[in-house]
Design a protein around this ligand. Structure first.
Ligand code: PGA
Length: 250
């Protein structure tokens, strides 16, 4: 399968940024995010999800608990996200892993999201010291395998993967298209070791300092199917241009 046969996706991860006003700007400007082939997803902070329910783009949470309900102050479940209109949830983001989330916990979260019909945007990526020691392939594999073991390879038909090298997130140090492509191809080869068809069909997004000025070159790589966008997703015009770059793949 050519990259063009996988549907490109661009997801905006607002992190703990934005406001009700920014949410309204995006909802009113939805036309700028309306494209023929790219799926556009916004992942705002939980309190702003309600602003987007009638918007014409996809909606996602930035995290979910692995349990369906219970005494977990401050947490939300995948089922709750689904109930308020989310289609996606970012899981295993490096900023969550830095707060102590293990790959096993991420695997449990992925399983819970799949159970309620949310599409996990499952994040992997190595920190700088690992990259400098050339350990990034093994590191990323060690993040992938617990999730494959937990949910099974076929579940990746219902998932999106995001490769986000930690050293590229929020730093302006975007991975070069070749560096990103190399890891994306590697991720696909790990999945292909389980099931070739699943590996060819899964969308793998790149994340880490994607901007309108570098999106086209990144997204044109054979195994890069769009992006997970942090800082540049907070400005409608910039984000729209990034989505346009992915739409050009379709
Ligand atoms: P960035 O963040 O685009 O601001 O680097 C990406 C992410 O963390 O998802």
């Amino acid at each position: 399968m050519q990259a063009s046969l996988r549907r490109p996706i661009v997801a905006g991860n607002w992190k703990m940024n934005g406001s009700a006003e920014l949410a309204e700007t995006f909802v009113k400007g939805a036309q700028a995010l309306s494209f023929s082939s790219v799926s556009v997803v916004i992942c705002p902070p939980f309190p702003y999800l309600g602003h987007f329910v009638d918007a014409r783009f996809g909606l996602g949470g930035q995290n979910a608990h692995h349990l369906a309900k219970g005494a977990q102050t401050g947490e939300v479940s995948a089922g709750m996200l689904k109930e308020v209109g989310c289609d996606y949830v970012i899981l295993g983001h490096s900023e969550r892993r830095e707060m102590g989330e293990s790959s096993e916990l991420v695997a449990d979260k992925v399983a819970s999201a799949l159970e309620v019909g949310l599409t996990p945007i499952f994040c992997v990526g190595e920190p700088l010291d690992v990259r400098q020691d050339n350990g990034h392939f093994e590191y990323v594999k060690a993040q992938l395998v617990p999730v494959i073991d937990k949910v099974g390879i076929a579940a990746f038909n219902e998932m999106v993967i995001a490769y986000e090298p930690v050293w590229a997130i929020g730093t302006g140090n975007t991975a070069s298209p070749a560096q990103a492509q190399e890891v994306h191809a590697y991720i696909r080869s790990v999945l292909a070791g389980y099931d070739k068809t699943v590996a060819e069909g899964v969308a793998i997004l790149y994340g880490g300092s994607v901007k309108a000025s570098n999106a086209q070159e990144l997204f044109s790589q054979a195994d890069i199917d769009g992006g997970l966008i942090g800082g540049a997703s907070l400005e409608l015009n910039e984000f729209s241009k990034i989505c346009q770059a992915a739409d050009n793949l379709g």
